[in-house]
Structure formats: structure tokens, C-alpha cells
Ligand binder design. Structure first.
Ligand code: SF4
Ligand code: FE
Length: 483
């Protein structure tokens, strides 16, 4: 099947007839003004596969079906694949200025592919072959898959089997001859209402006695028993007001939902882990590392947009030549390119797994993400500094149409006469979107918590750093004997 265009993707969502709870009402996400921009961001990833300028980056031969597939469904077969994934994500980030949502399924698939192979080898299960069949279908139909990892987790001091409510970690409620029944919830689900399928994964390393929580499986987004509760973003209802300029990013946006699984039946052919607790941690670690690599691309692309907007507003304000402004913009570039260097480095250090796909360097992927928990905040701080206080006090687009207020706005918000007042307002709204508005969910909050909070990266860095080896080398250098 040929790769879908953006429009074909958008049409492919309609037959799913998804329903969600949005701002207190049950509503279809199709054509919903709160959802529309987020769907357009995903559509961008489809159109890029048809654009002659980006075709080579987005189209790649599948290792499973040998067809040409979109790189957003590709199982990485080389270091080059890992590097190109990050390049593709930067391209999408700078093209949309937001989270384009399609990477989570890609990262989940690569983690599940290698983990199921190793699980089968140890236990004689048949998860890997099942997963390959499933994923070949995803590739051929060019579908969007949500990777669902984050459980609500309840009382953080307690294990899954110690919680007052066992559903606080998504679990296998019942095992039947033909499949399993799962129950629980997944939070912060990026783009799930824009997806065709969901890949459920465990949220943490599980222990013996916690087999019911060690589950990986696939369900369609329109499966019986699923409920979606739409996540709010700062200033989100501006999308409903009819004045696009106030939204900031008028073309694209991100999306997160809370997803409830109520007695969802999963047939055996879609179950990829069913109680093997010793593979839960491997799956979590690999998925998290791929997603930590991803941020070295997508956040960098969004950073490019914020840097471009900051440099433009400096010109519009008439301060572009001031040395302290130039210096701040260089600082923003330095921070952003450092993130990209990390994304490239963990890709370049990738290696083949026993299953044959490529895994990123775990240490460097975690260094990448730990920097992502900091640098976008500093980039946003510098953007706020350069943009000026009008960023937080500017009148609405509706006031421009007011016969009394409008002329005053045009008279008093003029700065560098080479630029139109309304264009200046548009740029300020875009900066506001990314630093304090709906776009800050993806650019800032998700930079902190997406793919795990900073402490998770610190733990991984501590584990991966080979500290004993470093100590041994110092001992050897100084001829210190064993103690
Ligand atoms: Fe992709 Fe970045 Fe969005 Fe995650 S936050 S889905 S890596 S664009
Ligand atoms: Fe994310």
C-alpha cells in the first residue's frame, strides 16, 4: 500500500469514530477546534514523505516487509537509521513548532521488537513473531501508534500490588484461553486521539509477585472499554474564540489525553508480554532511552522556531544590533545545538541488539534528556528577556477590530517602522505560545517530565557510567593495591 498523504491520514481517522470527554462534554475529536491543530501536526509527518525535498529522509525500506515505509514506523537497522531519525524529528519540530506526536509508537515498537526476541529466547514464548506480524501491518497501512507507558502510580511509596486500588497500575484483570482482559489507566498520552493503535507497556521494573502488571499488548484506539479525557493546555480555549492570532501557533499544536481502560479484551495475537516480570524493566529502559534520544531532535526543532522568533522580534523591536541581544541569541543557539549534539551522539553510539534492530547508547541518551530538562527552560528565559514585557500584557486580536481600541493599538505598539504592527503581535504570540501558552506543554513541561523526570535520567547515568571501571583505572594509574 502506498504511503498515506496528510489528507489521507486525516480521513483514515474518521472511521474509527473516536469519542472523548473534552471540556466537560462527550465529543468527537473529528473537526473539533481544540483537536484540529494537533491532527495537522501529525499530518505533517505524512506529507513530508511525499515532498521531494524530504522524501529521502522520511522513506525507508522496511526490514520486515521490504516495502517502502515512513521512517516513523521503521525498525532501525543501522546507526545511520538512528541518526536520520533525529534529523527527521528536528525537521518536523522546526516545521510545526510543536509536538508532532508520532515518535512514541516508533520508540515503543523498537523497544518491543528487541525485548520480545530476548523473552522468547529465554521462555520459549512466541511474542516476537506476533509482534513482527503486527508491526508489518502497521508499516504497510502507514498507521499512527501511541506508545502507552505512564501509569497513574497512586501512592508512590507503594508497589503495584500494595496499592489500595490495583488499577492504579494498568494490569491483567483476567486471563482467558483466547486473550487477556486489561484494566487501568495511562496518563499523559501524547497524540492518542490522533492514533489508530495503542501499544501498552509496563511503567516500571516489576518483581516476582507482580506478574499481573507485567503486560505489553496492542489495542485499537476504538476498542470497547477505552475512554479518553482530553488534557488542558494553558490558553487552550483561545482555539475556540475565532481569533487565530491569539493562539500563537495558528497551524499546528500538540495533544495529550488521559486514557482509561475498562475491561478491555486483547486477543492472544496482540499480547507481547504476559507476566514475564524480568523483561518489564528491559522494555521500559529501552523505550525510555529511544524517547530520550527523540528529544535531541524534536525539542531542538522547536528550539529553532523559538530562536528564529526571538531574532525576528529583536529586529522588530529595533534592538537587533545591540551586543547583549546578539549575545543572548548566540547563547540560545549554543544551548540548542548542544541538545542536538547529544541526540546525534547517542545515535552514533548505537549498537545492534540480538533481535537485529539498533539501540541507542543508553548513557548518552540519558545525558541528552537530562540536558533537555534544563536547556529549553533557559532558552525560553532568554526569549522572554529579549521579547520584552509586552509578551505578557499585549491586547487581544479582537481589540484590533474594535473601532476605538484598534487604532490606539496600531499607534502605540509600533516599533521598528520596517515592520507591521500586527506582524509584531503575531511573533510575540508565537513566543508566548512556546514559553507560557499551549506550546509550553510540549516545549517545557514535557521537556522536564516526558520520557521520565530528571531523577530517572540521573539513576540511569549513575548505572551506565561504569564508575567501578573508572576507579579501577585510577588505582592502576597510581599503583594502589586492592582493598
Ligand atoms: Fe515526538 Fe517530541 Fe512529541 Fe515525543 S515530544 S512525540 S519525541 S515530537
Ligand atoms: Fe514525549
Amino acid at each position: 500500500m502506498p504511503l498515506k498523504t496528510g489528507d489521507e491520514y486525516l480521513e483514515s481517522l474518521r472511521p474509527l469514530k473516536l469519542k472523548a470527554h473534552i471540556l466537560g462534554r462527550k465529543a468527537s475529536p473529528d473537526d473539533h477546534n481544540l483537536v484540529k491543530l494537533s491532527r495537522q501536526a501529525v499530518a505533517f509527518t505524512y506529507d513530508a514523505a511525499h515532498d521531494s525535498a524530504t522524501r529521502d529522509l522520511f522513506c525507508v525500506e522496511s526490514s520486515l516487509c521490504k516495502d517502502e515505509v515512513n521512517r516513523f514506523t521503521h525498525l532501525h537497522t543501522s546507526v545511520d537509521d538512528l541518526v536520520n531519525k533525529v534529523k527527521m524529528q528536528r525537521y518536523c519540530g522546526v516545521g510545526t513548532g510543536c509536538c508532532f506526536q508520532r515518535c512514541v509508537g516508533l520508540d515503543a515498537a523498537n523497544a518491543i521488537f528487541s525485548t520480545t526476541f530476548e523473552c522468547d529466547r529465554k521462555y520459549g514464548t512466541s511474542y516476537h513473531a506476533r509482534f513482527k506480524d503486527y508491526w508489518a501491518w502497521i508499516q504497510q497501512d502507514d498507521l499512527v501508534v501511541d506508545g502507552a507507558m505512564t501509569d497513574p502510580k497512586g501512592d508512590r511509596s507503594k508497589r503495584p500490588n500494595e496499592q489500595a486500588d490495583p488499577d492504579l497500575f494498568l494490569r491483567i484483570k483476567e486471563r482467558k484461553p483466547d486473550g487477556i482482559v486489561i484494566q487501568g489507566a495511562k496518563l499523559h498520552q501524547t497524540g492518542m486521539l490522533n492514533s489508530h493503535e495503542i501499544l501498552v507497556m509496563p511503567t516500571l521494573t516489576l518483581r516476582p509477585g507482580e506478574e499481573d502488571w507485567s503486560v505489553c499488548c496492542a489495542v485499537p484506539t476504538n476498542a470497547t472499554g477505552l475512554r479518553y479525557i482530553y488534557g488542558r493546555q494553558a490558553s487552550d480555549t483561545r482555539k475556540l474564540e475565532g481569533y487565530p492570532m491569539d493562539v500563537g501557533n495558528t497551524v499546528f499544536g500538540g495533544q495529550e489525553v488521559m486514557t482509561v481502560f475498562e475491561d478491555v479484551f486483547v486477543p492472544n495475537e496482540r499480547v507481547f508480554l504476559n507476566g514475564e516480570v524480568d523483561f518489564s524493566g528491559v522494555m521500559v529502559e529501552r523505550f525510555a532511552s529511544y524517547h530520550r534520544q527523540s528529544y535531541g531532535g524534536c525539542k531542538v526543532g522547536v528550539g529553532d522556531v523559538l530562536i528564529g522568533a526571538t531574532a525576528l522580534i529583536a529586529r522588530m523591536n529595533g534592538v537587533a544590533q545591540a551586543s547583549h541581544i546578539k549575545d543572548k541569541i548566540v547563547e540560545m543557539i549554543h544551548l540548542n545545538e548542544t541538545l542536538y549534539a547529544c541526540g546525534m551522539a547517542c545515535s552514533a553510539g548505537g549498537y545492534a541488539t540480538p533481535a537485529g534492530n539498533y539501540q541507542v547508547d543508553l548513557l548518552l541518551a540519558n545525558v541528552c534528556k537530562l540536558n533537555v530538562t534544563r536547556f529549553p527552560f533557559e532558552i525560553a528565559r532568554l526569549a522572554t528577556d529579549v521579547a520584552g514585557g509586552l509578551l505578557g500584557t499585549m491586547p487581544s486580536a479582537a481589540d484590533l477590530d474594535d473601532p476605538v481600541a484598534g487604532p490606539y493599538i496600531r499607534k502605540y505598539l509600533i516599533a521598528n517602522p520596517e515592520y507591521d504592527v500586527v506582524d509584531r503581535m503575531k511573533v510575540l504570540r508565537l513566543i508566548e505560545n512556546l514559553t507560557a501558552g499551549a506550546g509550553a506543554v510540549g516545549y517545557l513541561i514535557e521537556s522536564m517530565h516526558g520520557a521520565g523526570p530528571p531523577t530517572a535520567q540521573r539513576i540511569m547515568i549513575g548505572r551506565q557510567a561504569g564508575i567501578e571501571d573508572k576507579i579501577a583505572r585510577v588505582k592502576a594509574l597510581l599503583e594502589i593495591g586492592a582493598k
